[in-house]
Design a protein around this ligand. Structure first.
Ligand SMILES: N[C@@H](CCC(=O)N[C@@H](CS)C(=O)NCC(=O)O)C(=O)O
Length: 201
């Protein structure tokens, strides 16, 4: 999701091929044996198959509202540390919480409590400012919020009842961004030989 948001924001014309993860097309596996999505194939054939690498590549190509380019070293260090924690420990706890039946060794509630450590940390940052790096939206918000959204929607009633009011406000603002609502539109799974769909259309 974060890769799609940034590609759309950067104005990079992108052909979108939705993939069924239980039936990955051979064209995807030929370019990326890692077999995870997203996979971006550039016009020159170069392949980028990590969502964060796609995010940085797109923002270096074009960053109209300075999501990456406006920040100093200290802010960049904070962003990278939050993103690392998000992609590491928090993502693990999110998966355990979201797919609790696949991890019987740990209760759903325990996984949620472990995930809450990061949620509380984000909320503390958002108590100081509207966005994670200050008063302006940044790549850190974009890189992290899709995961917080997943965490929130496992049990939205619980999430809305928590004390994380700053995080709730932040999440709501990001969910209302037009680039997000646009990439969330359902597209059908790509079938070879059918007309291509452009990202954001
Ligand atoms: N670190 C990778 C993680 C990618 C990843 O794990 N993607 C999941 C979907 S969100 C996937 O493709 N899983 C492969 C599968 O379920 O077979 C990235 O952010 O690009």
């Amino acid at each position: 999701m974060r890769a799609r948001i940034v590609l759309l924001y950067s104005g990079i014309k992108t052909v979108l091929r939705e993939v069924d993860l239980s039936d990955k097309p051979k064209q995807m596996l030929e370019v990326s044996s890692k077999a995870t999505v997203p996979v971006l194939v550039l016009a020159d054939g170069k392949v980028i198959d990590e969502s964060l690498d796609i995010l940085y590549w797109a923002l270096r190509f074009s960053d109209p509202d300075a999501w990456l380019s406006q920040f100093d070293e200290i802010q960049l260090k904070l962003a990278k540390s939050l993103i690392n924690e998000n992609d590491g420990e928090f993502k693990k706890n999110l998966d355990h919480y979201k797919y609790a039946d696949r991890f019987p060794e740990q209760s759903m509630r325990d996984s949620r409590s472990k995930g809450e450590v990061f949620i509380a940390k984000l909320d503390q940052h958002l108590q100081q400012s509207n966005y994670l790096l200050g008063e302006k939206l940044s790549f850190a918000d974009i890189a992290i919020f899709p995961f917080v959204r997943q965490f929130a929607y496992v049990d939205k009633t619980w999430f809305d009842s928590t004390v994380y009011a700053h995080l709730q406000r932040w999440l709501q603002t990001l969910l209302e961004m037009s680039v997000f609502t646009s990439v969330m539109k359902k597209t059908s799974v790509w079938i070879e030989g059918t007309p291509e769909t452009m990202l954001g259309e």
